[in-house]
Design a protein around this ligand. Structure first.
Ligand SMILES: NC(=O)c1ccc[n+]([C@@H]2O[C@H](COP(=O)([O-])OP(=O)(O)OC[C@H]3O[C@@H](n4cnc5c(N)ncnc54)[C@H](OP(=O)(O)O)[C@@H]3O)[C@@H](O)[C@H]2O)c1
Length: 308
């Protein structure tokens, strides 16, 4: 199997590269080749380069972990988000169809406006509340319209030890901001990049015919519902040495006053991943607290080793 990965320097992309390399060494995957690309080696907005690379490499599977993920910036420059999250995705999907590759692509909970009170399923209609969500939804639509074999994995609230994410931003802000103000009226489910990558790699053990026949959108998330404040509290409970002197919850309108560029967010962005776990994973989804625990233990070990 030849896998071409985009966005290998991103949160999920780096976790995928690490896992795919490890699995290949352990021979638990029928991997022949991994071509990991970054923006420096394959800029997705250069359509000619994307087409030439895919035609040259002819991978069996394309995993697109690249995206324009800066939600607030997308509001100011929607064309930049569209170029990566929509137009480039359409180009990859078209080439994937032509070479018969399975296209695995990530999307987001931010395709939903968040007005529903239930956990969103794949059957719910997407109404993105911001430009980032619009661009991601257009990317999904392009893949589906082109119609090659594809798995669109919508996930949410990704954290890791790299890049820009809520976990790292809490650790950075805790020592400088007092009290630390955290939004308490937007609910979703935090997921580690490592866990999302692990679930993606596990998929590749399934027969290719089954994966291709299962084409569609799937929600890939742990179970549970947490506000940003709930997640912040879980972070500082696990890492009390980083805890701020005071932490207070604020509602979105109050928070937006101090961040004028803050893009609209869904108040409820909880995803139901029952379809993924019933049809593709055949296992029970973990809780977000369990996934966070699995993330934090190696983080603590690394910190301990660094301070020795
Ligand atoms: N982060 C979240 O909370 C979240 C939530 C839901 C869904 N998702 C989805 O999950 C996927 C991965 O997210 P992530 O958090 O891992 O993203 P990320 O950490 O922001 O990484 C995105 C990657 O895309 C690359 N990239 C950006 N523009 C590119 C271009 N023109 N050509 C090639 N590569 C480009 C970036 O490279 P540079 O570093 O060089 O810019 C980076 O490696 C995305 O589809 C995202 O929409 C993320």
């Amino acid at each position: 199997m030849h896998i071409l990965l985009t966005g290998a320097t991103g949160q999920i992309g780096a976790a995928l590269q690490e896992r795919l390399t490890r699995r290949r060494e352990m021979s638990s995957l029928p991997l022949v080749t991994l071509t990991a690309t970054t923006r420096a080696t394959l800029d997705l907005t250069r359509h000619d380069a994307v087409c030439a690379t895919l035609r040259d490499k002819r991978p069996d599977v394309i995993i697109n972990a690249a995206a324009f993920t800066r939600v607030d910036d997308a509001e100011q420059t929607p064309e930049r988000a569209d170029a990566v999250n929509h137009q480039a995705v359409g180009v990859i999907a078209e080439e994937a169809r032509k070479i018969g590759a399975l296209f695995i692509h990530y999307s987001t909970d931010y395709v939903f406006d968040g007005r529903a009170t239930h956990a969103y399923t794949e059957k719910d209609t997407a109404h993105p509340p911001n430009s980032y969500g619009v661009s991601k939804k257009k990317g999904e639509d392009a893949i589906r319209a082109i119609g090659g074999p594809h798995l669109i994995l919508r996930t949410s609230r990704i954290y890791s030890q790299r890049g820009r994410n809520f976990f790292l931003s809490m650790l950075a802000q805790a020592s400088t901001l007092s009290p630390l103000k955290v939004v308490n009226d937007q609910f979703g489910t935090p997921n580690s990049a490592a866990w999302v990558a692990e679930k993606t790699v596990e998929l590749l053990s399934l027969p290719m015919e089954k994966l291709k026949a299962s084409s569609g959108i799937y929600h890939l998330s742990a179970v549970g519902r947490a506000s940003w404040l709930d997640f912040a509290r879980a972070i500082f409970n696990a890492l009390p040495q980083y805890a701020p002197q005071a932490i207070i919850g604020v509602d979105t309108p109050t928070y937006s006053q101090s961040c004028p560029d803050y893009a609209p967010r869904p108040p409820n962005a909880v995803l139901s991943s029952r379809l993924f776990f019933d049809t593709l994973a055949k296992s029970a989804p973990p809780t977000w607290e369990g996934v966070f625990e699995d993330f934090i233990q190696p983080f603590l070990r690394k910190k301990g080793e660094a301070s020795r």
